[in-house]
Design a binder for this molecule. Structure first.
Ligand SMILES: [Fe+2]
Length: 108
């Protein structure tokens, strides 16, 4: 909704909404931007730096630092949130880190 190529143009932030289906995994990823999620409805669990997942529910924030690996899992309900990227908002820095182990999927 807000960003360098969006309707509300900004070179300083990116902002949008994000809906994740129930029982889904948004795999571990990193980016140069600092990221803040505000949970609007439902709940999800965040893992930072490969640590165990921590639940966040409506009205709560989840925050990742610049270049901090993070992943999101949903349970039996969908997760609706607003997100904002601050700092280095270039999409060039975004990458998935699927090769890193997930704390809920032991290495085989
Ligand atoms: Fe992220």
């Amino acid at each position: 909704m807000v960003g360098p190529a969006d309707r509300a143009a900004s070179t300083g932030i990116r902002f949008g909404t994000f809906l994740i289906a129930p029982n889904a995994l948004y795999p571990r990823h990193v980016h140069g931007a600092e990221e803040l999620y505000l949970i609007i409805a439902g709940s999800g669990r965040w893992s930072y730096d490969g640590e165990p997942y921590v639940r966040h529910g409506p009205g709560e924030f989840a925050h990742s630092r610049s270049w901090q690996p993070h992943a999101i899992r949903t349970g039996d309900e969908a997760l609706l949130m607003a997100w904002i990227w601050m700092g280095d908002i270039s999409l060039n820095s975004y990458r998935m880190e699927a090769d890193l182990p997930d704390p809920e999927r032991p290495a085989s």
